[in-house]
Ligand binder design. Structure first.
Ligand SMILES: Cc1cc2nc3c(=O)[nH]c(=O)nc-3n(C[C@H](O)[C@H](O)[C@H](O)COP(=O)(O)O)c2cc1C
Length: 475
């Protein structure tokens, strides 16, 4: 099967699988388009191709491109009904075999090229995504490409929000814990503008790869190729020394200025709240815009789960957590999308006491440590993909005195809603380990209560026979 080469091709694939609708009645870029995206996320509905945008005749937007597992499956060219665990396993299987991109001479993103005085970011219907956002966010589903100043062969891809300041300037969020933040600090120290290319609406595998965190020096372009199982085609930019996915809808080239700050934000965030303040933040001076004919502006509307962040974090952060605990006796790991990436649920083979601490320390000691304040550890008879089982364990095995292990003054994200304004400002957090495993010194036959379930309270052979022959009972 040919990979889905771009965003327009993703929409075509979603049309085929019945996962997108076309909205032809007029929709306002000011809040209405964002609201549609938000309602899709909160109801799990199909995505929406908006083809009649107020003030922008002929323009198109795509609300909620990948905010459920069905659309994620389509993006990976899997059956849309593939269960989440299978999608996650398949993603992980694919990224183990990175595939380098190929450089091509030309691509659809070069169908239109604008430079100099003609540059106008507002020629596109940048959405006002949430009421109260600091401005119009043109890039909510994209890849920001940037090259490290010292390690020149390290080209980072990441998804970092971009707000339009005016026709020729954009705000770009560069948090110091993120790779782009680390790169930017070096340019700033050298007082040099940092070349960037913001690729809005790339192929879905490039978008997904840009939200992963393989670490300094590892190319997300190779990861994108791995997910697509084909090399991603890249083309050279016009005004900066960078290469971008050739099928991107819109590519904004420019430089992140070293010492200029303009107020940016706030923005409704992936935690499901607006927690970041309106602050002076770095600015991109745009040097060129290239775009496909009749480009689609995608809107990923961050907020209460489930949105694109939650789906992708369950996949990519799940992978990172599995890596962090790979040497421990762990049965399964899940990052439930409903917890917006804040919690890892880890099922363990409890062969020694303190394993829950061991698991939590491994996670909090990894790069994800400052993004994941909650670790829930369960015994291996609990499926971390099944909230019913997790909640049952939570309210039956949790000992209020013994099972909760709080850590204070941990590194945390400025977006954690439960922190005070002061703690958010300085990223001073607290973490919590919820240990739902039975104590190791409890006798299995005397102290550990037997689970009254199909798996727990019937002879295994009989249980398997009854379940396997379920339809024969007439169910
Ligand atoms: C839809 C979406 C929007 C995101 N927006 C931001 C953002 O504005 N700022 C940010 O730092 N991370 C954002 N992220 C998360 C980063 O993409 C993610 O942490 C990624 O791993 C960063 O890459 P890095 O480790 O190379 O810095 C977003 C993720 C998604 C899926």
């Amino acid at each position: 099967m040919d990979m889905i080469k771009g965003h327009q091709e993703l929409v075509a694939a979603l049309r085929k699988s019945g996962d997108v609708i076309e909205v032809t009645r007029q929709v306002d870029w000011n809040l209405e388009a964002g609201l549609i995206a938000r309602h899709i996320n909160e109801t799990g509905d199909r995505s929406a191709l908006l083809t009649n945008i107020k003030d922008y005749p002929g323009a198109r937007m795509h609300a909620s491109p990948l905010s459920n597992y069905r659309r994620m499956a389509v993006a990976m060219e899997l059956d849309p009904d593939t269960p989440p665990k299978k999608i996650i396993d398949e993603y992980e299987r694919r990224v183990r075999r990175p595939i380098k991109p190929t450089l091509v001479k030309d691509g659809p993103c070069k169908e239109n090229i604008v430079k100099g005085d003609d540059i106008n970011l507002l020629q596109f219907p940048a959405p006002m995504v949430h009421d109260g956002d600091g401005g119009r966010y043109l890039a909510t589903w994209h890849v920001v490409v940037s090259r490290d100043l010292e390690q020149r062969d390290w080209v980072n891809w990441g998804m970092y929000r971009c707000m339009v300041h005016n026709e020729k300037y954009l705000g770009l969020l560069t948090l110091p814990g993120q790779d782009i933040g680390r790169q930017y600090l070096k340019y700033q120290a050298a007082n040099e503008p940092m070349p960037v290319a913001i690729c809005i609406g790339p192929d879905p595998c490039s978008a997904a790869a840009s939200t992963s965190s393989p670490g300094a020096g590892v190319s997300e372009a190779d990861i994108a190729g791995a997910i697509a199982q084909e090399p991603i085609e890249l083309v050279k930019c016009e005004t900066v020394d960078l290469e971008v996915p050739a099928y991107s809808e819109i590519v904004i080239e420019g430089h992140l200025l070293p010492n200029v700050r303009v107020v940016e934000g706030p923005f409704g965030e992936y935690t499901g709240y607006r927690t970041s303040p309106r602050d002076p933040r770095p600015v991109v001076k745009v040097s060129a815009i290239t775009y496909r004919n009749n480009p689609i502006v995608p809107i990923a509307n961050m907020g209460t789960p489930v949105d694109e962040c939650d789906i992708l974090f369950s996949i990519t952060w799940g992978m990172d957590v599995r890596q962090a605990v790979s040497k421990l006796p762990v049965a399964a790991v899940h990052i439930p999308p409903e917890a917006c990436g804040h919690a890892a649920v880890v099922a363990v083979h409890k062969i020694y006491e303190g394993i829950a601490e061991h698991v939590a320390n491994a996670i909090w000691g990894s790069k994800l440590g400052y993004l994941m304040p909650f670790v829930i550890v369960v015994d291996d008879d609990v499926d971390p993909y099944n909230w019913n089982e997790i909640i049952h364990a939570m309210f039956t095995k949790l000992h209020p005195q013994r099972s909760l292990h709080a850590r204070h003054c941990t590194p945390g994200h400025g977006l954690y809603p439960f922190l005070s304004t002061y703690e958010r400002k300085w990223g001073i957090a607290s973490n919590l380990l919820i240990d739902l495993t039975w104590p190791i010194d409890w006798d299995k036959n005397i102290d550990v209560p037997q689970k009254a379930s199909v798996r727990g309270m019937y002879p295994r052979g009989l249980a398997e026979k009854v379940v396997a022959g379920w339809k024969e009972y007439g169910f």
